[in-house]
Design a protein around this ligand. Structure first.
Ligand code: PBG
Length: 332
């Protein structure tokens, strides 16, 4: 349907922009606290909160302080928190066995959050990179990232996280066939309630740089992730991946990175109508913070505008390191 527009001066669009009240009346999209998923970094130790240099304002926290942060997030009304572990180099191996250790950092953090803040949903990351000696999301055999053996490991990792109490499993590995295998394993282990938010369209992006510092994977990573993460030049492939993951039992889907890929968000939402999320990744966060710290932009306004853009593009929610800051503003 093509909207009818009266000719000037019968139609004056500026009438609808004349005051806060009128602008509010005609506003099409809004950002709410319920749209936020907060990614956090967990490290070992106790009482530790250490800044991540490439992500000003972001901390790595020990499990006890992650639980406290989750309690604060819950009080702010943030619906979900997503855990990423900063794993000790000594625990990184070729077989990545730490990934499904019931007492690894992530699983301890899940239990601690569930005990301290039972109303906040806990999301996880499923990929081998924090535990892999070479920093890849999958097993490397003769220089190749192998798919099917990796999927077996991811399934074990998924079950350990579900066992620890995770509400939402977040496979970020981009292996083929993992959603179906994970879903079947969850069903047969009695975890019918556990959701899967698939990083279905995850691009091989340079915007992940600061994150790899935050989880200590930058040093370990050899080569790039282009044989499993998507080519930034592609759009149709993203739709096929989303369709595939939904057909294998994903409850929700994600596009990653965020702002540079809003066209994908819009197409995905229009095509499938499934719960759709975007990840405003570390590099996007770092760019805004760096420019704000230099006084080159108004950090708070840019933050809010960037997040509203995701809503306009059709996203149901956004993973963002800004979550607590935004929630405080939105709470007034
Ligand atoms: C790893 C993973 C990455 C991110 C989330 N999970 C990095 C990567 O794929 O190399 C990136 C998040 C960010 O940049 O904020 N599986």
């Amino acid at each position: 349907m093509k909207p009818t527009v009266a000719p000037y001066p019968l139609a004056r669009f500026r009438r609808a922009r004349q005051s806060d009240a009128i602008r509010g009346l005609v506003r099409e999209n809004s950002l709410g606290i319920q749209d936020l998923i907060w990614p956090v970094f967990v490290r070992d130790g106790e009482g530790i909160e250490e800044p991540v240099p490439s992500m000003p304002g972001v901390m790595r926290r020990s499990v006890d302080l992650i639980a406290r942060a989750a309690t604060e997030a819950q009080a702010l009304g943030i619906p979900a928190i997503c855990i990423f572990p900063y794993t000790d180099t000594a625990l990184k191996t070729e077989d990545c066995a730490e990934a499904w250790n019931p007492d690894n950092l992530s699983n301890r953090a899940i239990r601690a959050i569930k005990a301290a803040a039972p109303d906040i949903a806990v999301m996880t990351d499923v990929a081998l990179d924090p535990y892999n000696i070479n920093g890849h999301d999958g097993y490397v055999v003769d220089g190749e990232i192998v798919n099917d053996r990796t999927v077996e490991a991811l399934v074990k990792m998924t079950l350990a996280q579900a066992e620890a109490g995770a509400d939402i499993i977040g496979p970020s590995d981009m292996m083929d066939g993992r959603i179906g295998e994970m879903r079947r394993a969850l069903e047969s282990a009695g975890h019918q309630r556990v959701m899967i938010l698939s990083y279905a369209a995850k691009y091989a992006s340079a915007f992940y740089g600061p994150f790899r510092d935050a989880v200590g994977a930058s040093g370990a990573l050899t080569g790039d992730k282009k044989t499993y993460q998507m080519d930034p030049a592609n759009t149709d492939e993203a739709l096929r991946l989303i369709e595939r993951d939904l057909s294998e039992g994903a409850d929700m889907v994600m596009i990653k990175p965020g702002l540079p890929y809003l066209d994908i968000c819009r197409r995905v939402k229009d095509t499938f109508g499934a719960p759709t999320y975007a990840y405003q990744v570390s590099g996007e966060y770092a760019m805004i913070q760096a420019a704000a710290q230099n006084g080159w932009i108004d950090g708070e306004k840019v933050m809010l505008e960037s997040l509203l853009a995701f809503k306009r593009a059709g996203c149901n929610g956004i993973l963002t390191y800004f979550a607590p800051q935004v929630a405080r503003i939105l709470q007034g």
